[in-house]
Design a protein around this ligand. Sequence first.
Ligand code: AMP
Length: 142
Amino acid sequence: MTAYDDGNIFAKIIKGEIPSEKLYEDQAAVAIMDIMPQTKGHCLVIPKAPSRNLLDASDETLATVMPIVAKLARAAKSAMNADGVRIAQFNEATAGQTVFHLHFHILPMFDGIPLGQHGEASGDKAAIAEQAEKIRKALVAA
Ligand code: AMP
């Protein structure tokens, strides 16, 4: 498998070199809004430990990040009044991966509304910021 390259965009977000709509951060992971949302409240949980994807991630990274994925899934579902929540994670380009630093998609789902296409279009910045604020509040309330 190709080696991890720390020039990827999520490594830069973790280092604070480029801006993001941040929802949560601790020593192990950061959660941000996705800039090309497939649904209302689409966000990403990104472990800080460097790995390309699930295939080269350590068990420790995976064990640490899953409770954070669950925390964000609960907060995003409640903040968006969603009917369900999907978790997605892609490994290598053939499987749909476009950013080569491990991350988990949190996708609130609404009855009768299909997901938008993956990576199709940039979202409205103001709407994303509004959704982010609601998710941050739900995290505090949890
Ligand atoms: P994938 O690697 O295919 O699992 O998905 C990468 C995701 O990252 C896509 O949904 C993109 O919309 C999203 N994305 C790419 N660049 C940024 C960024 N600078 N900030 C937030 N999300 C991003």
